[in-house]
Design a protein around this ligand. Structure first.
Ligand SMILES: Nc1ncnc2c1ncn2[C@@H]1O[C@H](COP(=O)(O)OP(=O)(O)O)[C@@H](O)[C@H]1O
Ligand SMILES: [Mg+2]
Length: 252
């Protein structure tokens, strides 16, 4: 099988800061691929370039056989690339369910946000709501469905951000630190679920995660960024033993 994503010699400069400095990597179809590196190494910037939030200073981004650098975020999203954010972007005055139902891709008709306030739900809205409830229950948040997001813990907000990302019918999911601030057991459940989505639905995941002890059991392959460049890549057990990688993490 081919690659769903190909990043070719991508650079992104902010003034004198080389956030990315010539990164090339591929994500295979149906992969669960990790992206790690110390703080400030360029991970989130790479996701921003891939999803159209930033135009790269140099280089190309390909989604299957289409070049996508230069497209805007909505155009990239409509191709089937969905991301989540390191800091959850949720509406605190809305409920958990309303937040999860916000803007799934390719919805027919009007915004699903309006659905809770209309008398009659369409079939599509009902099936999306069912999917949302199923996902929330699966992650132990069934009791919180009607809670206001403002009342939740940071860990729950993080989970809801990730679950919202999984609501669509995208092909490639970019998850930015899905397990940050989440209890170990919940993080393991989340990664098991991601593997299941790959195995049963054929989805592809590219995952930034700081918590290596969780990530390493669940990814097929890992890329390591350091100072905007690729420092190492390989199978998780190889990468964690790589002296270059250990030094980068210890040296900061
Ligand atoms: N919008 C921006 N403007 C200026 N500098 C930025 C911007 N975004 C990121 N950077 C810088 O680029 C580098 C990489 O940041 P980032 O991609 O957020 O790293 P990571 O996600 O690996 O922690 C850092 O030095 C950061 O300060
Ligand atoms: Mg980041």
């Amino acid at each position: 099988m081919g690659n769903i994503l190909e990043v070719k010699d991508v650079a992104k400069y902010f003034g004198g800061v080389k956030a990315l400095d010539g990164v090339s990597l591929t994500v295979p179809e149906r992969g669960v691929i990790g992206l790690i590196g110390p703080n400030g190494s360029g991970k989130t910037t790479l996701f921003n370039v891939v999803t159209g939030f930033y135009v790269p200073t140099r280089g190309e981004v390909w989604f299957r056989d289409e070049r996508i650098d230069g497209l805007n975020p909505n155009e990239v999203y409509l191709k089937g690339v969905v991301r989540t954010f390191q800091i959850p972007r949720l509406f605190s005055s809305l409920t958990v369910l309303e937040n999860v139902l916000l803007t799934p891709p390719r919805q027919e008709g009007e915004s699903v946000l309006k659905a809770p306030f209309t008398k009659k739900w369409s079939d599509q809205e009902v099936s999306l709501a069912k999917k949302a409830v199923t996902l929330l229950r699966k992650f132990g948040m069934g009791d919180l469905i009607n809670s206001k997001v403002a009342e939740l813990s940071a860990a729950h907000m993080k989970m809801i951000e990730t679950i919202r990302g999984l609501m669509g019918d995208a092909k490639l999911y970019l998850l930015d630190e899905p397990a940050a601030g989440v209890a170990y057991d919940t993080a393991v459940d989340l990664f098991r679920f991601i593997r299941k989505l790959r195995d049963e639905e054929g989805l592809t995941f590219f995952i930034i995660e700081h918590r290596l002890e969780v990530l390493m059991d669940f990814v097929d392959y890992v890329y390591v960024l350091h100072n905007g460049k690729l420092l190492a890549e390989g199978k998780p057990d190889e990468v964690v033993q790589d002296p270059k990688v250990i030094e980068a993490y210890l040296g900061g």
